[in-house]
Design a binder for this molecule. Structure first.
Ligand code: NGS
Length: 326
């Protein structure tokens, strides 16, 4: 066997070290470039309240004897739940003050009416955590709200866009000025994350534990989004064409941009969420094609072309059920 000279050995060692250094550097750069946005631009923390859209539903009865509700302390609150502290069971949950998923503060007149719309199917274990958690969270916020659970009750492929459009239609009929579109697997952790619309569409779930609390990309509006009812109408709601997982929210984001609407957010320390674990749904292999086609057609498909679906409304103490059969 030929013996390696010292020079060759050193050279070999250098090549290996060099290769490892390059690989390490590549991984390091990749981590920061593709990992998401840590310090995303947000509304100024000290003037959050001035940026919010103060409007209540015309049906809400206001009492002259009561003062207006206050929001400054809620917005300044630093109280936060750690994601591992989120209860998995609510044995002591009280539905006090709730009728059909609606809540009105008792001691003051709210300045915000918010319809919370949740597209849903077959995730009972998440719903069992979501409903009590959300009502406990929201009842502390001094807002008037109603929770619409829009359930797809057929065996066809899940169509979140259609469900959100149907839910929005119900909320618009109830003349809610602000809609919050919320995933059932997301729970807000910060008490200061006030469920209210801003002048521009507001992405609430900017900092999710699943993404290690960074925003994956700046045009993301999936998860939890608060949007004024008139903006939802102006962009023609969601596309009805996305079946299965993915794409409908990015398509909606494009609709917002196309209407020159900015996406605004609260600071990170008010925008944290925990995601309840679940199996990844089957991805819609057609989603990118549909997104391209929708852009060419200019959002003609949406709320205005909602397919004929069977819808029935039912009351439950914790939510208004909007049952949908496609
Ligand atoms: C993008 C999807 C969005 C989705 C987002 C986050 O890739 O619909 O991931 O998903 N866009 C497309 O597929 C085109 S998450 O990991 O939160 O389930 O909302």
């Amino acid at each position: 066997m030929p013996k390696c000279s010292l020079k060759t050995r050193i050279l070999q060692l250098r090549v290996i070290t060099c290769m490892f250094s390059i690989l390490f550097l590549k991984a390091f750069i990749h981590f920061f470039v593709t990992y998401g946005i840590y310090n995303y631009p947000h509304l100024p923390a000290d003037v959050l309240e001035t940026q919010l859209y103060k409007r209540t539903a015309p049906s809400l009865v206001l009492h002259k004897s009561k003062p207006d509700c206050k929001y400054d302390e809620i917005l300044k609150s630093t109280s936060s739940v750690q994601n591992w502290e989120v209860p998995k069971k609510f044995d002591d949950f009280s539905a006090k003050g709730l009728v059909n998923g609606t809540y009105v503060p008792e001691h003051c007149n709210p300045l915000f009416s918010v319809a919370i719309i949740v597209a849903y199917r077959n995730r009972q274990s998440q719903l069992d955590v979501f409903l009590p958690y959300m009502h406990n969270f929201l009842r502390r916020q001094n807002i008037h709200y109603r929770l619409y659970l829009v359930e797809q009750q057929d065996e066809k492929t899940f169509n979140k866009g259609v469900l959100l459009n149907v839910g929005a239609r119900a909320a618009l009929r109830d003349r809610f000025p602000c809609l919050v579109l919320q995933d059932v697997d997301l729970l807000p952790l910060d008490a200061g994350n006030l469920y209210a619309c801003a002048a521009e569409p507001r992405h609430l779930s900017a900092s999710i534990d699943k993404f290690r609390f960074v925003l994956p990309y700046d045009y993301l509006v999936g998860g939890v989004l608060a949007i004024k009812a008139d903006h939802f109408l102006a962009v023609n709601g969601f596309s009805n064409r996305f079946e299965g997982w993915g794409g409908e929210d990015d398509d909606f984001s494009w609709r917002l941009t196309n209407h020159k609407l900015d996406i605004v957010r609260f600071p990170r320390q008010l925008s944290r969420y925990t995601m309840l674990r679940h199996r990844q749904e089957a991805r819609n292999s057609q989603r990118r094609r549909i997104m391209r086609e929708n852009r060419q057609r200019g959002a003609a498909d949406g709320l205005s072309s909602l397919p004929r679906v069977a819808v029935s409304l039912a009351a439950n103490r914790l939510f208004t059920l909007v049952a949908v059969r496609l």
